[in-house]
Design a protein around this ligand. Structure first.
Ligand code: G3H
Ligand code: 13P
Ligand code: ZN
Length: 311
C-alpha cells in the first residue's frame, strides 16, 4: 500500500465516532515507535511534519522514513504538513510526496486566510492532495512563534460555512481552548474546552471532519519520570483524556499529538541515563526512547482515539 490521503480515513472515523491520531515525526525512532504501536493494534495513522522537523531532519529523510514505515507495517498512513505558513511550503510538500497539507492562515485576517487557503487548495487538489485549514487561533508555541493568551481566539461558528465553501478545504482545525506545548491550563484551575463551539460547528458543517490541535494530555507518569531523573517540568498540564474521547465521538476526526511524544521519549532517555550513566552508545538509549513512544501511542490509540482495529 502507498502513502494514502485522509479522505476515506476521515469518513470512516466520522461515522464510527472515533479519531485518527496525527503524530509529529522528527526522526527514525519516533516514526518507528509510532508505527510499530499502530501495527500492533491495526490502526490507521497520520504522520505529520512541521517546518521545524523539515529543517531538523530534511524533507527527503522524513518522506523516506514514512515510506519505509508503510512498507514495514502495511498500514494506511497519510503524510501531512503540520502548520504550513504559506503557499510555498505547502507547494513544496505537495511536490515532495505529501498526501495532505495544512495551510495555517489563522493569524491572518478572515479574507487573507480565505485567499491563501483557496490558493493552496487549488494547487493541492490538482495534485490529488487534501488540505486542512484553520479558523481561530491557539495559544502556545509553534516553531518558536509564541501566541499569547491575549492573541488567541476561539473559532466563531458563524464563520465556518463561508470559510469551507469559499476555500474548498477538506478538513478544518478549530480553536476550542486547547493550546500547543506542555503548559496548557493554569495550575489549580479545572481544564475546560468549549464543546458548545464544537457542537455548533458540527451542526453547521454536517459530516465535515474537524481537527483538534494542541491535544497532548501531558501524562503525569512521564512528567514524573522526567522530574525524578533530573528534569524540571513545573506545572505542566494537558488536555484530560476524557475530553479527547468526547471530541473523538463528536465531529473531531484528527487529533494532533506532539508534546506527549516528546515527553515520553525524554522520560525514557533520562531514566536510562540515570540507571546507566556509563552508556554512550546511542542505540542503547534511543531504543528506550522508542519503546516509551510505542507504549504511549498504543495507549492513545486504544484508550483515547478508538482507532484500533480500523486499518
Ligand atoms: O504545533 C506544533 C507542533 O508541536 C510542531 O512543533 O514546530 O517545534 O516542530 P515544532
Ligand atoms: P501538542 O503540543 O498538544 O502535542 O499539540 C501538537 C499539535 O497541535 C501539532 O500541530
Ligand atoms: Zn498544531
Amino acid at each position: 500500500m502507498p502513502i494514502v490521503t485522509t479522505t476515506e480515513m476521515f469518513e470512516k472515523a466520522y461515522k464510527g465516532g472515533y479519531a485518527i491520531g496525527a503524530f509529529n515525526v522528527n526522526n527514525m525512532e519516533i516514526v518507528q515507535g509510532i508505527t510499530e504501536a499502530a501495527a500492533e493494534v491495526n490502526s490507521p495513522l497520520l504522520l505529520q511534519v512541521s517546518a521545524g522537523a523539515r529543517k531538523y531532519a530534511k524533507h527527503v529523510y522524513l518522506t523516506r522514513l514514512v515510506e519505509a514505515a508503510v512498507v514495514d507495517t502495511g498500514l494506511p498512513i497519510a503524510l501531512h504538513l503540520d502548520h504550513g505558513a504559506d503557499f510555498d511550503i505547502c507547494k513544496s510538500c505537495v511536490d515532495g510526496g505529501f498526501t495532505s497539507v495544512m495551510i495555517d492562515g489563522s493569524s491572518r485576517s478572515f479574507e487573507d486566510n480565505i485567499a491563501v487557503t483557496r490558493q493552496v487548495v487549488e494547487y493541492a487538489h490538482d495534485h490529488g492532495v487534501v488540505v486542512e485549514g484553520e479558523l481561530g487561533r491557539l495559544e502556545g508555541v509553534e516553531d518558536d512563534v509564541v501566541v499569547s493568551a491575549e492573541d488567541s481566539s476561539y473559532t466563531r461558528p458563524e464563520d465556518v460555512q463561508e470559510f469551507v465553501e469559499r476555500t474548498g478545504v477538506d478538513s478544518l482545525a478549530i480553536a476550542i481552548g486547547t493550546s500547543h506545548g506542555a503548559y496548557k491550563f493554569k495550575p489549580g484551575t479545572k481544564p475546560q474546552l468549549r464543546f458548545d463551539i464544537l457542537e455548533e460547528v458540527a451542526q453547521r458543517l454536517p459530516g465535515f471532519p474537524i481537527v483538534l490541535h494542541g491535544a497532548s494530555s501531558v501524562i503525569p507518569k512521564y512528567v514524573d519520570i522526567i522530574n525524578a531523573n533530573g528534569g524540571k517540568l513545573v506545572d505542566a498540564i494537558g488536555v484530560p483524556e476524557d475530553m479527547l474521547r468526547k471530541a473523538a465521538s463528536m465531529a473531531v476526526c484528527k487529533i494532533n499529538i506532539d508534546s506527549d511524544l516528546r515527553l515520553a521519549m525524554t522520560a525514557g532517555i533520562r531514566q536510562h541515563f540515570n540507571e546507566h550513566p556509563e552508556h554512550f552508545d546511542p542505540r542503547q538509549y534511543l531504543t528506550v526512547g522508542r519503546d516509551y513512544i510505542r507504549e504511549l501511542v498504543k495507549d492513545k490509540i486504544v484508550n483515547v482515539l478508538g482507532s484500533d482495529g480500523k486499518a
